[in-house]
Ligand binder design. Structure first.
Ligand code: PA5
Length: 444
């Protein structure tokens, strides 16, 4: 059985059983479309049985490379953008000490590059790397994405100057397509250790390939446990291709709510370590569903923090919102609120209680307030955050996204809209082949 439970009691006042039934009826056929790989974008369904296809030898190889890099690195730089870094960052931040960058954890500090074009960011990074022993991975499935290509060009130059070409070679791992793209050509000519992103796995579904697994292993996370969690969820989904499947319940609820006018979904967490998990989720759902003039707009908040910034809008703003809460039942540690004799802050009424009790009470109070304010709530309960549960959550959200996307009648595995800005940027930067577009854009 899975550790993930979807609770839908707080969507009831917003949609009828009939509205839910419309989508429940589609579940079995949609599962069939996914697992038989007969739907739109089916050449990108490699992630569906990715967990069960990961071999012990592959894990051993990734762990060995990660160990080698860990030994010689105070800092490990992950160069990539979108699906080529968000999955790794989601898992690493969810499983790391909140202050990992400031305390000794026994693992290299993981930092990121190639996910923005900021000159100041790069300048600060270079200054930092001047003083640290480091290694890096450059991740790009297409091997042609501008942001990581530019960042890698700069960092390659830096690492070669710092260590010399030979040593630099041992500190760089490339993760890219098996045959095509500039990064593949470069890696072959430089002789970097290279891992392959499978052809049939798109960027946002690639966290369980080397794209995610190598950086996650360098961060000191047990990737075997992560993969086991995903395998468990894969098997659960294969065995339960029906409307009672937890991922199907999630997909059905969000599609029914969307068609009832709840066009924006806010993913809520009460654990700041899940912030980047929300970033990963936003890409997964936004890029998969937002097309053909349709799709739920994915947003995220961390509570209780954002109750003091976004809370007002959620409670009383435009009523096109639904919330999905990832509710973590047990934190890994215990902190109790002390008694204070003076009680000037008037907090003695909760003295002796665990912070988690207050956090969970805030969650319950907020769900009820938001439901009363017109925001339906989907609650996804997990017992704890660890590598196994995260592995389950990854596959849960991936399959939920595929089900939901197919129910919406879009291709959840392409992203044609991402190209528009790229073409404009190439044209405006003067890339050969874009002259006509450039002259059109310059007139605007
Ligand atoms: O999900 C996707 O396909 C995208 O977000 C890509 O991951 C992102 O654009 C980076 O692409 P690439 O890995 O080809 O550099």
């Amino acid at each position: 059985m899975t550790d993930i439970k979807v609770e839908l009691s707080h969507i009831k006042g917003f949609i009828s059983e009939n509205q839910l039934d419309t989508y429940k009826k589609k579940v079995a056929d949609t599962f069939k479309t996914i697992y038989s790989r007969t739907g739109a974008g089916n050449d990108f369904l490699g992630w569906v049985n990715l967990p069960s296809s990961i071999t012990a030898d592959f894990i051993k190889d990734v762990k060995a490379k990660a160990e080698e890099l860990r030994k010689k690195s105070e800092v490990f730089v992950v160069v990539g953008i979108g699906g080529s870094y968000l999955g790794a960052r989601a898992v690493i931040e969810a499983l790391s000490n909140h202050f990992a960058q400031m305390v000794e954890t026994g693992s290299p500090k993981i930092i990121y590059a190639g996910h923005n074009m900021s000159e100041d960011y790069m300048n600060d990074l270079i200054k930092l790397l001047d003083k640290k022993d480091y290694s890096m991975t450059v991740i790009s499935k297409s091997g042609t994405t501008t942001e990581p290509a530019v960042a890698f060009r700069i960092l390659k130059n830096h690492i070669e100057k710092k260590y010399g070409k030979e040593e630099a070679r041992t500190r760089i791992v490339a993760i890219t397509d098996k045959a095509k793209g500039a990064l593949k050509v470069l890696s072959d000519s430089e002789g970097y250790k290279t891992y392959v992103v499978p052809d049939d796995v798109g960027g946002r579904y690639s966290v369980l390939t080397p794209v995610g697994l190598l950086p996650i292993a360098v961060a000191g996370v047990d990737i075997e446990k992560l993969v086991k969690g995903a395998q468990l969820m894969e098997k659960y989904c294969l065995d339960n291709q029906n409307e009672n499947n937890e991922a199907a319940k999630y997909a059905v609820a969000r599609q029914a709510l969307y068609h009832a006018g709840k066009t924006n979904e806010i993913l809520v967490n009460y654990e700041p370590r899940l912030c980047y998990f929300s970033e990963w989720w936003k890409q997964l759902y936004g890029e998969s569903e937002g097309k053909d003039g349709k799709g739920i707009f994915p947003a995220s908040v961390t509570f209780t923090t954002d109750l003091h910034s976004m809370g007002q809008y959620i409670q009383e703003g435009l009523r096109n919102l639904m919330e999905t809460v990832i509710s973590v039942e047990n934190p890994a540690n215990e902190v109790r609120i002390p008694t204070d004799d003076a009680n000037l802050d008037q907090m003695n009424y909760i003295a002796g209680r665990r912070l988690n009790e207050v956090n969970q009470t805030a969650e319950k109070a907020t769900i009820l307030a938001h439901v009363d304010g017109g925001v339906p709530n989907i609650r996804i309960a997990v017992p704890r955050i660890d590598a196994n549960v995260l592995g389950q959550l990854i596959y849960f959200f991936e399959i939920g996204c595929a089900l939901s996307g197919y129910m919406l009648e879009v291709n959840p595995f392409n992203q044609p809209g991402v190209e528009a800005y790229k073409k404009n940027m190439f044209a405006l930067l003067g890339k050969p082949g874009f002259e006509e577009l450039r002259s059109k854009l310059e007139k605007r």
